[in-house]
Design a protein around this ligand. Structure first.
Ligand code: ADP
Ligand code: GLC
Length: 486
């Protein structure tokens, strides 16, 4: 198949969170299965054009928006057989930040920016003669691509046959913006209705995409079910339900070329199931680098995440002093986002010298290092569409301590103290007490049932969440989308 991905992030070029990992990993895996894959993303200022070898290929390209024509250029880079196109528009993308400014304030013109991306992406496919079988959009930023395809390209010789697929990575972000941008978007007045793009007088980009896509999925089976309900769907439940069996759940995969301790060059030592001695070295080096007491006998709990409501780190903030007070344990966190959490975790090491460490910011090398050096990976998410960190941590022999929600529930198998089976420690209650108690359960397993813990590590390391399996499920979804399209 010829598959066009339209997305706001794609590794290794630009990544804010797991969406970037997912788009990059899936594209590469689909290519390896023999499909022709073309990805279109914005050329943000943050993309290092020299490092990734971007070449300017198309210039200039006129893009008809609803009320004016705008211009863009396009650059290309090829990696692992996947061609990635970067839409260049000074006005829309030449600024620091992907979705928001340094103060985490959403850009006010996001509807226009990403609407333009979608429209330009389809124009680009035409300019390149890429007769896509499938146009695959991701989350609110590119959801409108499904609508543009129907509204503008239904009678195209080139794109008229293309089916659209929309993947929901996070239903909490829907791209809701003021109605004044609607004319610019050019999605036609008749589509500004509550069943499509209208949301109480405003534009809801994700909702519009849900109405138009030929097939849809969420990034895990549990999250797909959760989004059908009133809480998980953040108001979109009925619209998703209306799409019936066109909506499913497909668990994300992991790129084990990037995230496997036996090949990972970002960590101090390599290791595998057969020989875990490198993991001990990673722990020692991590303790040293982060100013923790260097001691192999004390369990080390780590977290890496964006500090946003979704991740539940406020519960960790409430629980952590009690945990450090009551248990022989160390804690290390890497993250950035909400200011209150940044200052809380930033100040934690001073209160707990040698026992707690933090790095406030974004650091990919350190993210790998925490996966490798820690004994447990803490992820108390309020909700989690899929979650990649816990899947990485399984491969790094670092059992997750996770809330049983969304993809966390689908990827972590509960530890059974009677038999020693399982790959992690799950809890249900969304409380600081539950975080405390479940960390306590993991810590007591470390000290009292070391054989169980070794077994859990090995079990987790042997689980296979590679993209190849996931890519096959997307293949099937694409075929269904095409069948329904016809
Ligand atoms: P989400 O997409 O909701 O942020 P995921 O678990 O799917 O959650 O993916 C998060 C990705 O972002 C992981 O690859 C993780 O390592 C990375 N990440 C999150 N915060 C940081 C950070 N502060 N520094 C480096 N990487 C980070
Ligand atoms: C979103 C979700 C996360 C998921 C990622 C990739 O950012 O928050 O759970 O893993 O997308 O699909």
């Amino acid at each position: 198949m010829k598959i066009a991905m339209v997305a706001s992030e794609c590794v290794p070029y630009v990544k804010v969170g797991g969406l970037g990992d997912a788009v990059g990993g899936l594209s590469k895996a689909l290519r390896a299965l023999g499909h022709e894959v073309l990805v279109v993303v914005p050329k943000y200022s943050a993309i290092d054009a020299a490092r990734w070898g971007l070449h300017r290929k198309v210039a200039p390209l006129g893009v008809w928006m609803g009320d004016r024509e705008e211009w863009c250029a396009a650059h290309e880079a090829v990696r692992d057989g996947v061609s990635c196109w970067f839409v260049e528009s000074e006005k829309h993308f030449a600024r620091p930040g992907v979705y928001h400014d340094r103060e985490f304030r959403d850009f006010g013109d996001n509807a226009r920016r990403f609407g333009f991306l979608c429209r330009a992406a389809l124009q680009l496919l035409r300019a390149r003669g890429f007769a896509a079988d499938v146009v695959h959009a991701h989350d609110w930023p590119t959801a409108a691509a499904a609508a543009y395809l129907k509204v503008w390209h239904w009678d195209d010789a080139l794109l008229g046959r293309a089916a659209s697929v929309l993947t929901i990575h996070n239903a909490a972000h829907q791209g809701v913006y003021g109605a004044e941008a609607y004319g610019y978007l050019g999605l036609q007045a008749g589509n500004f209705t509550p069943a499509r793009f209208e949301d109480r007088g405003r534009i809801n980009l994700l909702k519009g995409g849900i109405a138009f896509a030929d097939a849809l999925n969420a990034v895990s089976p549990t999250y797909a079910r959760e989004t059908l309900g009133p809480i998980g769907g953040n108001g979109l439940g009925p619209y998703l339900a209306a799409r019936g069996d066109r909506y499913t759940g497909i668990l994300n995969g992991v790129d084990y070329d990037e995230w496997d301790p036996s090949v990972d060059q970002r960590i101090p030592a390599r290791y595998s199931r057969d020989d875990l001695s490198g993991k001990a070295e990673c722990k020692r080096e991590l303790q040293r680098r982060m100013g923790l007491d260097v001691d192999p006998t004390i369990p080390l709990v780590a977290s890496v995440c964006r500090f946003v409501d979704q991740k539940g780190m406020d519960l960790v903030a409430q629980a952590i002093d009690g945990i450090l007070d009551a248990m022989r344990v160390q804690f290390v966190v890497l993250g950035s986002g909400e200011k209150a959490l940044e200052s809380f975790f930033g100040a934690l090491p001073a209160r707990w010298p040698g026992r707690a460490a933090s790095w406030i910011g974004y650091d990919e090398d350190l993210a790998h290092w925490l996966e490798a050096g820690a004994d447990f990976f803490l992820m108390p998410s309020r909700f989690e569409p899929c979650g990649l960190n816990q899947i990485y941590s399984l491969r790094y022999g670092t059992p997750p301590i996770a809330r049983a929600t969304g993809g966390l529930n689908d990827t972590v198998e509960q530890y059974d103290e009677a038999t020693g089976t399982g790959t992690g420690f799950k809890f249900d209650a969304l409380t600081a007490r539950a975080v405390h108690d479940t960390v306590g359960w993991a810590v007591s397993t470390f000290f009292d049932r070391p054989k169980h813990l070794s077994r859990m590590r090995l079990e987790g390391m042997s689980r296979d969440f590679s993209w190849t399996r996931t890519a096959r499920e997307y293949e099937a979804l694409y075929l269904r989308a095409r069948a329904r399209r016809a």
